[in-house]
Design a protein around this ligand. Structure first.
Ligand code: ADP
Ligand code: MG
Length: 346
């Protein structure tokens, strides 16, 4: 599913005319976009950049994406994560990105009351989400695996990381958000003031469109994933979605099972939301929150969102309603057949 998900990119970006710029070379005219497609982290990525140093910025960003993929992939045998997962409990010296991300994941584990737990990996594997060989695990097997799930058992000492034997971690819930932030930093270093990055379901914007208006970003309809559900306008923010349509299978019993796991019971999180979009300046936090709020669900999300200032949210409920925060009200455009209401404090 994630390939398809990635093809159906959510950003619609209204580009300035390309003036027949077939070879992508740009001159002083910073109104011309240079675009680059990259396939990495199991995702089709696209970056569109305005600025005179765009090609160099894109080259550096592309290299950074591949480097991060090599360090962070749980399924690549040369990654830091693979090394940690196969160290039989011993310390592993990891690169700075890996230790920064694991530290952040543990901190966000605390803030989200365990909804974000990067040690759910053995459970994801058991359901087949890492290979596509899906099956519904039996209860005793899930219970045995659950006994190893606890992000608090991760040990970080500088750049040395260890986890208990039998535990395994994966950074799938936050790696793309971090990657987006890193690309944004690279672009800024190259003096880029206007760019839009789409990493599968994650969109990150630098500045506004060259004409000064906000970037229009569409969010997909979890009930009709080939369609868009709403459009919001952003400047200098990320729009990051977790949904139950991104990677899933239908069991022999006809039920749908998806890739966001509730660490409480080892089953796909089913707590009232079918999609959660987080909009804010920090992609890494947005990505952690999109997964965690999906898990926390309708009853518990506000205990988490109250810890964060300056973030906006769009939730789609399992009874087909859209609810979103006040901060989006000025630009929010509902293009679905669902009702959409602003969340009020009551
Ligand atoms: P996507 O990667 O599809 O954009 P998410 O950001 O929500 O969506 O990340 C989902 C991924 O996070 C899963 O594929 C898995 O690797 C991991 N994951 C699933 N459940 C959890 C959880 N409760 N805590 C931390 N990571 C999780
Ligand atoms: Mg996420």
């Amino acid at each position: 599913m994630s390939l398809r998900k990635s093809i159906l990119l959510t950003a619609f970006v209204f580009l300035a005319p390309l003036y027949g710029c077939a070879d992508n070379k740009i001159s002083e005219n910073t109104d011309i976009a240079v675009s680059r497609d990259v396939f990495a982290m199991d995702t089709y990525m696209n970056m569109k950049v305005y600025g005179s140093d765009a090609e160099a910025a894109l080259d550096e960003a592309e290299k950074r994406i591949y480097d991060l993929e090599n360090e962070l992939s749980a399924t690549s045998e040369t990654s830091d994560i693979w090394a940690i997962n196969n160290a039989d409990g011993k310390d592993v010296a990891v690169c700075a990105d890996t230790s920064v991300l694991i530290k952040k994941a543990v901190e966000m584990g605390d803030i989200t009351h365990g909804a974000l737990d990067i040690t759910v990996f053995p459970i994801l594997k058991e359901w087949g989400f890492t290979t596509g060989e899906y099956h519904i695990p039996d209860e005793t097997r899930l219970e045995a695996l659950l006994s190893k799930v606890d992000y608090r058992s991760i040990n970080i000492d500088g750049n040395n990381v260890s986890i208990p034997e039998d535990a395994k971690i994966d950074l799938g819930a936050l790696a793309k958000g971090y990657t987006g932030d890193e690309i944004v930093d690279i672009f800024r270093e190259h003096g880029i003031g206007s760019a839009i990055i789409s990493l599968g379901g994650n969109v990150q914007a630098i500045g506004s469109k060259p004409d000064g208006s906000g970037w229009k970003v569409a969010v997909r309809d979890p009930y009709y994933p080939e369609k868009d559900m709403c459009v919001v306008e952003i400047k200098d923010r990320a729009v990051i979605t977790s949904g139950n349509y991104e990677r899933f299978f239908i069991g022999d019993n006809g039920n749908k099972y998806w890739h966001i796991i509730d660490p409480d019971d080892g089953r796909p999180a089913d707590n009232g939301f079918v999609s959660v979009t987080v909009i804010g300046s920090n992609g890494l936090i947005c990505d952690c929150l999109s997964t965690a709020l999906f898990v926390a669900g309708r009853d518990k999300y506000d205990a988490i969102t109250s810890e964060f200032n300056g973030y906006d949210y769009i939730f789609v409920t399992d009874d087909e309603k859209i609810i979103y925060t006040e901060g989006l009200a000025d630009t929010f455009q509902n293009i679905s057949s669902m009702t959409a209401e602003v969340i009020t404090d009551d």
